[in-house]
Design a protein. Structure first.
Length: 116
């Protein structure tokens, strides 16, 4: 018989947020507000620039996806770009995380060589 252990509230435990359905969990990358050209984007501008982050966890997708052959286009470790208005910010173990739907992601940043 498996024993059910009651967690000790005094133990140090690290939590992991497991997203449901088509949700993903993202850790935001700190973006400086200086563009490559040296132009400083002041805080309070009317249109916030897109945010960037690293995907920590991905939900299983929606029920109908498997029947339609749809796969989750995002994987843990992906470097993604998302609008500032995407999802909901939550705090887990004093870490600020974004939970949003995969459809709110603007794209995945991939390495590419620039031809000269």
């Amino acid at each position: 018989m498996a024993s059910s252990r009651i967690p000790d509230p005094t133990e140090s435990v690290r939590h992991q947020l497991r997203p449901l359905f088509d949700q993903i969990v993202i850790k935001e990358l700190d973006q400086d507000r200086v563009r490559r050209s040296g132009l400083v984007v002041p805080p309070g501008t009317h249109e916030p620039p897109p945010e960037q982050g690293i995907v920590l966890a991905v939900g299983p997708g929606l029920d109908w996806w498997a029947g339609a052959g749809v796969e989750m286009p995002i994987a843990p470790g992906d470097h993604v770009v998302f609008p500032a208005s995407a999802g909901v910010w939550v705090e887990v173990d004093e870490e600020r995380l974004l939970v949003c739907r995969v459809t709110q992601i603007l794209g995945v940043l991939e390495s590419a060589r620039l031809s000269e």
